[in-house]
Design a protein around this ligand. Structure first.
Ligand code: GZL
Length: 304
């Protein structure tokens, strides 16, 4: 970023995680579509390629650039104290978007706008409990998202809670899919190749759609069909591609995670510009979808 910020525009430094998933791409598009010059903003957008140290570097660049606001999508929850203190010392408000940070001093950020990941997971577990007769054994494969991210922690905690309620449910394995299709495909194939004989898999709990895509491909290539007569796949995000697989019955439950956060972030900046105060936490509305609920009109109306 060589040019000095244009003083008529509100300068916003956005520190994005990467482009690891359909969800993330849609989230970035929402931000870029909101913070345009015609809307009164000068946008500095940094893609950290899924590395926290790149996020630290980007935030320090924004501080040097003396942007008016920093928008941070923190890849993981820990390690943020010093760089957020530097932003505060520079007098630059930080707005957290999507995932959360784990800091003692909550005044290090102006607000958090995103999802309640634990509630998303609990919603998925409520659905699974309602459709599973009491006492029926289940063997569950868990594909975790990026470790230490709040999305992974919340969704994983909900599954652990449910396993604690159901002694008849067995956790077959926990695999780390890092929210990507390629990694999920790799680790599921590795797991299946390591089994001396076919294993019973009743449910696969994928912590985002891109993991579900890779998992379903690996399962079906290894003779485990996914669907009403086969493996029950639970996924998060409800992207268009995820909903299309849900409509086909390959994903039994989609838990929506809304990536279109640009307008809410802009509202927060406008409030701060007018000297207003913000709630610490702003959760977004999210729904769930089962195959019969994924209609043509729903798909036609999806923008991500
Ligand atoms: C959730 C977000 C997660 C998505 C994944 O808000 O942090 O990261 O569920 C994305 O698709 O990679």
């Amino acid at each position: 970023m060589s040019e000095e910020p244009d003083t008529d525009l509100i300068s916003v430094g956005v520190c994005q995680i990467g482009a690891e998933s359909d969800w993330r791409v849609a989230n970035s598009e929402s931000i870029k579509g909101t913070f345009t010059e015609e809307n009164g903003y000068q946008l500095y957008f940094e893609d950290a390629q899924q590395k926290q140290e790149n996020q630290f570097r980007a935030i320090r660049r924004f501080i040097q650039q003396q942007v008016d606001y920093i928008v941070l999508m923190p890849i993981t929850e820990t390690g943020w104290e010093s760089v957020l203190q530097e932003a505060r010392e520079a007098g630059i408000p930080v707005i957290l978007v999507d995932r959360m940070v784990d800091v003692e001093d909550e005044t290090l950020y102006a607000t958090h706008i995103g999802s309640d990941f634990l509630q998303e997971g609990r919603t998925a577990m409520d659905w699974l409990e309602q459709r599973t007769p009491e006492g029926k054994p289940l063997s569950i494969m868990h594909i975790r998202g990026t470790m230490d991210s709040s999305a992974q922690q919340g969704r994983s905690d909900a599954l652990e809670e449910a396993l604690g309620r159901h002694p008849d449910w067995t956790l077959l394995t926990r695999l780390d899919g890092d929210f990507t299709q390629a990694k999920a495909y790799e680790v599921v194939n590795e797991f299946l190749a390591g089994q001396p004989e076919p294993v019973p898999i009743d449910v696969v709990y994928c912590e985002n759609d891109n993991e579900a895509f890779g998992t379903i491909q690996a399962l079906e290539e290894n003779g485990y069909p996914c669907g009403p007569e086969g493996v029950t796949v639970i996924s998060f995000d409800a992207t268009t591609s995820g909903l299309e697989l849900c409509a086909q019955g390959k994903i039994a439950l989609e838990v929506e995670c809304n990536p279109l956060l640009g307008p809410l972030v802009e509202q927060a900046i406008r409030t701060l510009e007018q000297g207003g105060t913000l709630p610490r936490q702003q959760y977004v509305e999210e729904k769930t979808f089962t195959p019969s609920q994924v209609t043509e009109s729903l798909l036609a109306g999806r923008t991500y």
